[in-house]
Design a protein around this ligand. Sequence first.
Ligand code: SF4
Length: 342
Amino acid sequence: MTATADFPQQRIMTEKHPPVLEVEKLQISFRGDDSSTTVVEDVSFTVGRGEVVGIVGESGSGKSVTSYGIMGVLPPNAEVTASKMFFAGAHDLVRLPSKKRRRLQGKEISMVFQEPLTSLNPLMSVGKQIAEPLRYHEKLSRKEAKRRTVEALRSVGIPRAEQTYSSYPHELSGGMRQRIMIAIALVCEPQLLIADEPTTALDVSVEAQILRLMKKLRRTTGTSILLITHDLGVIAEMADRVVVMYAGQVVEEAEVYELFREPRHPYTKALMASTPKIEEVRDELESIPGAVPTPSKMPTGCRFAARCPKAMEICSERPPEVELGSGAKTRCWLYAEQETGS
Ligand code: SF4
């Protein structure tokens, strides 16, 4: 992805957002033939009503698996536990029976995936694919569902909406297909939209259009957005608050302005240093040495220790904790020491 991480404007929060999604101590493991591998551990965050929360991290950080766990679309060998995973204060997403969960999916919680061509049904017209959740969740007649679908196509900026209704995915451009995915996700006006790398497969100009569209929809419908991306440029453009994940854990959480003004965790700082900025001309971008540890070989102490320029003795011996509660959070011994005054 080519967007630069320009410093975000300070977004003034005039009121506290009541939570639409509360996740506390989420853990996701996959059962193998004779063992189980944990890929997400001790992940906690909230998404407020009308808020955009970005989850950022390298490949292998667990951000997409976290979003699939919330959406309930993990394969059958996945084990999801959490001390709390509540949607709209009323639905316990860990213990929800699959029939009740299906009623939420596509109606109250929707998802946009990275690659629309593999997510859309190639044998069904895009219009029918948008109309499907309206027929299933809202029990609309064919005629009324078609009317709402054409409206949805217009709202995501599809030209000649009536004609496009009958088009098949392969007849549309990548940007149009992603708009179709967004129309499917938003047609039932969900409370929460989970967008997993929604612009990664698109070129820069189409990406800008899609981000503008998501901002407009959030403004007009009040939908909360959980935005999964590896791209700090997209985070700066879109998010109110940011959750940084590394090796299956949250390592930092902060308001977007604070995170860009003063990143705390050494991993967040390294991510920022490896992202191009428009005002800086550099021959080479900094890269983070080493690689994310694999889930089956997690270190005993801090998971970032082998790559961290600030690592201390304690870092390899004991894992740092992250505190729960509101405000900025950092999982790092540097800050634990400051807080305990040692
Ligand atoms: Fe670096 Fe230690 Fe902080 Fe881990 S706990 S990020 S190794 S300073």
